[in-house]
Design a protein. Structure first.
Ligand SMILES: NC(=O)N[C@@H](CC(=O)O)C(=O)O
Ligand SMILES: [Zn+2]
Ligand SMILES: [Zn+2]
Length: 425
């Protein structure tokens, strides 16, 4: 195993130091460790962060390997500074059995670029009718702790209650895609001024807020852990603020795109901007940014949702919802939050690792800590070229935008997965 000496690097924004990585851990920090055998990387101007952790990634394998595979998605993640991703269950077949989650977990190990932690489905086939084998998935080699029907809402309140109760036995968590289906039938975009002008059926904010309100009450009632996926409205933030003040065990995530883009993008009729939940208003974006800063929202999660060209480059109404996120998330966070490194480390690494129970991730580089870390060049600016992305899909909403920040290197258990901005395998 090669040792690496990263010199003159700022650890999470602190004064520059040296970092010696050996045998999978951070062996030493401080000025000038002697390690003649180590490969030296000049860290001048770079910031070392704990490897990013994504609570919400769609890897599309099994079933849509033309859009993404565990390997291609893992490579995109490593290039984005991630060392762990939680893979959503809406694959084909659905990840609703021990067999499927173990398959995804093994494929992640084989790719060896990030730790792939499978999420299990809450209900069989995501159909919302009966609970999947939650216990068998928890006991499997994949040790599933997060369960989600993402893509669909667990709309039936009795089923949601039973799921919340069931996972308590192994400190599991239900991650809800909050969308009251009766309020979003035929919806194409956010319900508001722009949808009225364009004549597109709207997805009202209340369809999200009503489910979050119901679920925080259910979680409080049964004393279970709830996680809210891709929060997108100012009203949702207020419901979460209220629930957290009452001590409900709820956590929440926001995506990079909901922190940056608004429903005005729909005026282009370019389906690259079609996503669930939809892009909202500038007032919602402002509320989400404030909630991320003050902690009502715990995490930035990508909702990386690759789609094949034929599913995306078509008429708006027929296009699948979803956009890429892994390779641009840190840049969007840097753009939105500025160089608040401690906040970025908290929202993109420490908090998601805690929520997912990934003990060897989300730890600031320090002696003895597993060397899961990433090096960022905050001064770099790059133009996003869809063709250059490692993802198999091309549906990035940031095409040809100039974004701040570049991932220079990523280490997984002391081994580089990215060096000089390029994937090593
Ligand atoms: N976000 C999306 O618009 N799409 C996701 C599903 C989801 O996250 O709800 C997908 O799987 O494509
Ligand atoms: Zn969703
Ligand atoms: Zn999703």
């Amino acid at each position: 195993m090669t040792a690496y000496l990263i010199t003159n690097v700022s650890v999470v924004g602190a004064a520059p130091t040296d970092l010696l990585i050996r045998d999978g851990v951070v062996a030493e920090t401080g000025a000038g460790p002697t390690a003649p055998d180590a490969t030296v990387l000049d860290g001048t101007g770079l910031v070392a962060l704990p490897g990013l952790v994504d609570l919400h990634t769609h890897l599309r394998e099994p079933g849509r390997e033309d859009a993404e595979t565990v390997e291609s998605g893992s490579r995109a993640a490593a290039l984005g500074g991630y060392t762990a991703v939680c893979a959503m269950a809406n694959t084909s077949p659905v990840a609703d059995t021990a067999g499927v989650v173990e398959q995804v977990w093994r494929l992640g190990r084989e790719a060896g670029l990030v730790d792939v932690q499978p999420i299990g489905a809450v209900t069989v086939g995501l159909a919302g009718e009966r609970l999947a084998e939650l216990g068998a998935m928890a006991d499997s080699a994949a040790r599933v702790r997060i369960f989600s029907d993402d893509g669909h809402c667990v709309a039936d309140p009795r089923l949601m209650r039973r799921a919340l109760e069931y996972v308590k036995a192994f400190d599991g968590i239900i991650a809800q895609h909050a969308e009251e289906p009766r309020l979003t039938e035929g919806a194409q975009m956010h319900e508001g001024e722009v949808s009225t002008r364009l004549g597109l059926t709207g997805w009202p904010a209340v369809a999200e807020e009503a489910i979050i309100a119901r679920d925080v009450l259910l979680a409080e009632h049964v004393g279970s852990r709830l996680h809210v996926c891709h929060v997108s409205t100012a009203g949702s933030v207020e419901v979460l603020r209220h629930a957290k003040a009452r001590g409900v065990r709820v956590t929440a995530e926001v995506t990079p795109h909901h922190l940056l883009l608004t429903d005005a993008k729909a005026e282009t009729y370019d389906p690259v901007y079609k996503v669930n939940p939809p892009l909202r208003t500038a007032a919602d974006v402002a509320a989400l940014r404030a909630a991320l800063a003050d902690g009502v929202i715990d995490v930035v999660a990508t909702d990386h949702a690759p789609h094949a060209v034929e599913d995306k480059e078509c008429e708006w109404a027929y296009a699948r919802p979803g956009m890429l996120g892994l390779e641009t998330a840190l840049s969007i966070a840097l753009d939105v939050l500025g160089p608040q490194w401690d906040l970025i480390a908290e929202r993109m690494s420490r908090a998601p690792a805690r929520i997912a129970g990934l003990d060897s991730h989300g730890l600031d580089p320090a002696p003895g800590v597993p060397a899961n870390l990433t090096l960022v060049d905050p001064a770099a600016r790059r133009v996003i070229e869809p063709a250059d992305l490692a993802s198999r899909s091309r549906n990035t909403p940031y095409a040809r935008m100039t974004l701040p920040g570049r991932i220079v290197a990523t280490f997984l258990r002391g081994e580089p997965t990215v060096l000089d901005g390029k994937a090593v395998k």
